[in-house]
Design a protein around this ligand. Structure first.
Ligand code: GRF
Length: 224
C-alpha cells in the first residue's frame, strides 16, 4: 500500500557535467509530472554546466570541492562525509546521480540505501562503466538502452528500477547511439522518480517491484 504524501519529495541531484538529465527532471517537475522539489544540485566540478542550469531555474547550486580531501587514504569517504553534511542540512530524501563522475562510497550508500538512484546508458548488467555505447556497438548488439537503478557500492550494480531499449543501427557511431539512448534517459529518469515519490517501488533483494506497474508481455525485436 502506498501512502499518499502531502508534501513534495526532497531531492538532491549530484552531477559533474552538462546536466541534460538534471534538465529533464527540472522540466518534469515544472510540468507537474513529477511531484518533487530539487532542494540542492551539487557538483564536484566548479564549472559544471549542470550548476548553471540549476541557477537558471532558481535552484540551490553547490560546488563541493574535492581538493581538501585528495591525497588522504580515505579521500573518497571523507569527500562523501562532506557531501552527507550538505545533504542532511537540506533534509534530502532521495539522491539522483546524473552524470556524476565520482564513485560513491558506503558513507552515502548506507545512509541512502534504496534512496539513491543512478541513470546509466546501457541495458545493465551489460556494459557497466564508461564508453558503453561504443562497447555495445563493437560487441555487435542489436539493442542498447538505458537503466535507472538504485545505487549500491558496486559500480552500476544496484537493483534495476526501469529500463528502455533502443535499436542499434548499422551506421551508428557511439555519438549517434548515445543521442538515441539519451532521449530515453530523459523519459525514464523522471518516471522512476515519480514512482518513488508515490511510494510504489518495493525492493526485494535484487528485484524492484512496481506497485500497479503493468509491464506488457511484448517482445522487442531488432531488427524488426
Ligand atoms: C548520461 O548518459 C548518463 O546516463 C550517464 O552520464 C550521462 C550524463 O549526461 N550516467 P547528462 O550530464 O545528464 O547530460
Amino acid at each position: 500500500m502506498s501512502i499518499k504524501r502531502t508534501d513534495a519529495l526532497r531531492v538532491a541531484v549530484l552531477a559533474s557535467g552538462r546536466g541534460s538529465n538534471l534538465q529533464a527532471v527540472i522540466d518534469a517537475i515544472e510540468a507537474g509530472t513529477v511531484q518533487a522539489n530539487i532542494v540542492a544540485v551539487i557538483s564536484n566540478k566548479k564549472d559544471a554546466p549542470a550548476l548553471e542550469r540549476a541557477k537558471q531555474h532558481g535552484l540551490p547550486a553547490l560546488f563541493v570541492d574535492p581538493k581538501p580531501y585528495t591525497g588522504r587514504p580515505d579521500s573518497r569517504e571523507a569527500y562523501d562525509r562532506a557531501l552527507l553534511d550538505v545533504l542532511k542540512q537540506h533534509d534530502v530524501e532521495l539522491i539522483l546521480l546524473a552524470g556524476y563522475m565520482k564513485i560513491v562510497t558506503r558513507v552515502l550508500v548506507e545512509t541512502f540505501m534504496n534512496r539513491m538512484m543512478n541513470i546509466h546508458p546501457s541495458l545493465l548488467p551489460s556494459f557497466p562503466g564508461l564508453e558503453v555505447q561504443k562497447k555495445a556497438i563493437d560487441w555487435g548488439c542489436k539493442l542498447a538502452g538505458c537503466t535507472v537503478h538504485f545505487v549500491t557500492e558496486g559500480v552500476d550494480e544496484g537493483p534495476i528500477i526501469l529500463q528502455a531499449a533502443v535499436p542499434i543501427l548499422d551506421d551508428d557511431t557511439p555519438n549517434t547511439l548515445a543521442a538515441r539512448i539519451l532521449e530515453q534517459e530523459h523519459k525514464i529518469y523522471p518516471r522512476a522518480i515519480q514512482l518513488f515519490a508515490e511510494g510504489r517501488l518495493q525492493v526485494d533483494g535484487r528485484r524492484v517491484f512496481i506497485e500497479n506497474g503493468k509491464p506488457k508481455g511484448e517482445a522487442v525485436i531488432s531488427p524488426s
